[in-house]
Design a binder for this molecule. Structure first.
Ligand code: IMP
Ligand code: MG
Length: 431
């Protein structure tokens, strides 16, 4: 059985947790491969809402083993908190069900303090990070200064290394004018985490390889999205990892021959949190209509930060870019129901730049900032579609919307979700 990969085709928050939950029903293993607790995945199971930041969304399925791969940066405090929250709801977390790569890097309180201090220093040019220490943790990884989860097996050595790490970072924090941390306190804290988390350590590359050879199916669960990719996203307004298909292979230690489906998740419109250009962005009441009021957990407010998300019409230039960067084999469309009741639905099909039509997503940020969206306007539908379970249940114009995306992006749309509930989706097989 292959490795199937779930990728965010936009700027994150596409509803990947939701689709992962759906596809996890047919998977034996669900593995996170990039990012850290900057991610926020909301899944609904029997009216119970789970908000997960670190533990793969597959945990809600009793038969699924979850893997936190080497490409993930792990804040052990958050991991332990999620394990406790899940346990309190009767979801048992044992070393048989959760495996943590010994190569995953640790996020420390110093990384979080540095993330905050660096954002303050950027002033108006801030990236709008989630302030979870993600950037500084990956910086230490690249600088070969990082501390890896494997050290949980050696608590004393970890304590010493953490003491040194905090002492060194305090000098940096001082330069930023930020408060120093207590090295003894942090070292003691991480020694305690080590005792609790050591049993979960595994060589995840070996574990996944053996599982694949035995015919078990692995689902790689993406965090963030293609446009937040450190290389291929809207740099510098990106995250510090590779949430794209290549990142899945590096972040799990699995080779490309194992890959089966590569499912790109896109909302039926576009959203983004944090700074940076966004050609099809809306403001005013049109934006409020797509964003929702925040009264529902699935409204467009950050799962991790609570910030209102920036929203706009669907941009197929972006989706075609995601198809190319990730070799997407299919698209899953989420939140189609949010568009119900709109008379007309504009879809961005290309950009105009200095009087020229651009079909491809420009990688130069200054160019992107000057791009004007070119829209094609599709007729909307007024019916409530939240009860639709097959294409035949959808109004003709909703089918047309799905078909239009498939044609414009030259990729089949295989799934559409029509509500937050686990059963509120249909298999579309369009294209
Ligand atoms: P960082 O990953 O916290 O460093 O944040 C960098 C950028 O990525 C900011 O614009 C964040 O808002 C964005 N970002 C990070 N994680 C997510 C996510 O899970 N969903 C949406 N945006 C995210
Ligand atoms: Mg999210």
């Amino acid at each position: 059985m292959p490795l199937n990969i779930i990728i965010g085709a936009q700027w994150g928050d596409e509803g990947k947790g939701r689709i992962t939950d759906l596809l996890a029903a047919q998977a034996d293993i669900v593995a996170r491969y990039s990012g850290g607790d900057n991610a926020g995945h909301t899944i609904t199971v029997q009216a119970e809402i789970f908000k997960l930041h670190l533990i793969p969304s597959g945990i809600a399925h009793p038969g699924v083993t979850c893997v936190i791969g080497n490409g993930v940066v792990v804040n052990p405090a958050v991991l332990l908190q999620e394990m406790e929250q899940l346990a309190a709801r009767g979801v048992s977390i044992t070393p048989e069900r959760l495996k943590l790569s010994h190569k995953a890097h640790l996020i420390t309180p110093a990384h979080i303090a540095l993330d905050k201090a660096a954002e303050l220093l950027r002033g108006a040019d801030l990236i709008g990070t989630t302030q979870r220490g993600i950037g500084p943790a990956y910086t230490d990884k690249s600088s070969r200064l990082g501390l890896r989860a494997g050290m949980f097996a050696h608590p004393e050595a970890l304590g010493e290394a953490m003491h040194q790490h905090i002492t060194a970072k305090n000098q940096l924090l001082q330069l930023y004018g930020a408060d120093p941390l207590d090295p003894d306190e942090v070292a003691a804290c991480y020694t305690g985490y080590a005792q609790r988390l050591a049993p979960f350590l595994a060589d995840c590359s070996v574990y996944l390889d053996e599982a694949l050879q035995q015919g078990r199916s692995v689902l790689a669960e993406g965090a963030q999205g293609t446009l937040l990719d450190l290389d291929h996203g809207t740099y510098p307004f990106v995250t510090s990892s590779w949430p794209t298909a290549g990142g899945a292979l590096i972040g799990l230690g699995v080779g490309p021959k194992q890959v089966g489906r590569i499912v790109g998740i896109t909302k039926a419109f576009t959203s983004r949190v944090g700074s940076g250009p966004f050609p099809s962005e809306l403001s005013g009441t049109a934006a409020e209509r797509l964003r929702g009021t925040g009264a529902n957990p699935w409204d467009e407010y950050g799962t991790t930060t609570g910030r209102p998300r920036r929203v706009g019409w669907l941009d197929t230039v972006i989706i075609r870019y995601a198809v190319r960067i990730n070799s997407l084999t299919e698209l899953a469309l989420t939140k189609l129901d949010v568009l119900s009741g709109l008379g007309e639905i504009p879809v961005c099909v290309a950009y105009e730049l200095d009087g020229r039509r651009l079909e491809h997503f420009p990688t130069d940020l200054d160019l992107l900032a000057r791009c004007q969206p070119i829209y094609e306007t599709l007729p909307g539908w007024s019916e409530d579609i939240t009860g639709a379970r097959q294409m035949a249940d959808l109004p003709a114009n909703a089918c047309r919307y799905i078909e239009f995306i498939s044609t414009t992006c030259a990729t089949p749309v295989t799934i559409a979700s029509v509500g937050p509930g686990r059963e509120q989706y249909l298999l579309t097989d369009v294209g």
